[in-house]
Write a protein that binds this ligand. Structure first.
Ligand SMILES: [Zn+2]
Length: 242
């Protein structure tokens, strides 16, 4: 029975290990997703400037349309001017046309300002793209490391599982059945390692008589409180080598 219990204790260790690996495997993709979302949200720093660029283009288009409208007006004035019959009328059109031409100059001035602003916006976009690329590269590096870690854990899990099934073959059927039963009921914690006089899992003090039996025999004992299999690993006993 002693060997059987030792094998069960070993099996518990393997089960603990696989459970840890499974948790890691489950958690890594969640972390990756969070990082990806965080990385992509940083793109806003570029998008905001691109909106500024769109607005700039739109305003310039409007200003150019305005010039076209004024030019049409001038053409009409010229036609009317050519048909004018009095000098006073003629002079009146000259003044109107001059006024409209000044308007065009003013609008052109505004367009030039917008063009200068456009160049600045383009510089800003390039700068922010550089910034984002740096930030993204950093994120991508972390994501790659996590993916590598995930792959490593997946292969480790495979390895653990095959080791475990080898081990299970060596364990007597009745013990294995008891273990598997408890495994379901006790959330994967079947073996309680007893190092002193307490149950290693629920920490209840083991009755002296029961403790004696655990130490002196190799029988299977169950914790009277939590129902787990008690596995003795009494330090003093190990040291004396009995
Ligand atoms: Zn217990």
């Amino acid at each position: 029975m002693k060997e059987g219990l030792e094998l069960l204790n070993l099996l518990q260790k393997h089960d603990d290990q696989t459970s840890n690996i499974e948790t890691t495997i489950k958690e890594i993709p969640i972390t990756i997703k969070t990082l990806e979302e965080e990385r992509d949200s940083k793109k806003n720093i570029i998008e905001n400037v691109k909106i500024k660029r769109q607005e700039n283009v739109k305003i310039r288009e409007q200003l150019e349309k305005k010039i076209l409208v004024i030019k049409e007006k001038i053409t009409k004035y010229r036609e009317q001017m050519n048909k004018s019959t009095t000098n006073k009328e003629y002079q009146g059109f000259i003044i109107e046309i001059k006024f409209e031409e000044d308007q065009i100059s003013a609008v052109e001035e505004k367009i030039i300002q917008r063009m200068l602003e456009f160049d600045e916006i383009m510089d800003e976009i390039r700068e922010r793209e550089d910034d984002f690329n740096h930030i993204a590269a950093d994120y991508n590096k972390r994501i790659k490391e996590l993916n590598d870690h995930l792959e490593y854990n997946k292969s480790k899990l495979k390895e653990e599982n095959s080791k475990k099934s080898e081990l299970r073959k060596k364990i007597p059927q009745n013990l294995l059945k008891a273990y598997d039963n408890l495994f379901q009921k006790k959330a994967g914690k079947v073996i309680s390692v007893v190092e002193t006089e307490f149950c290693g899992i629920c920490n209840i003090k083991i009755r002296p008589q029961l403790l004696n039996e655990i130490i002196s025999t190799n029988n299977l004992y169950i914790c009277e409180n939590c129902g787990r299999i008690l596995y003795k690993q009494i330090r003093a006993e190990e040291e004396t080598g009995s």
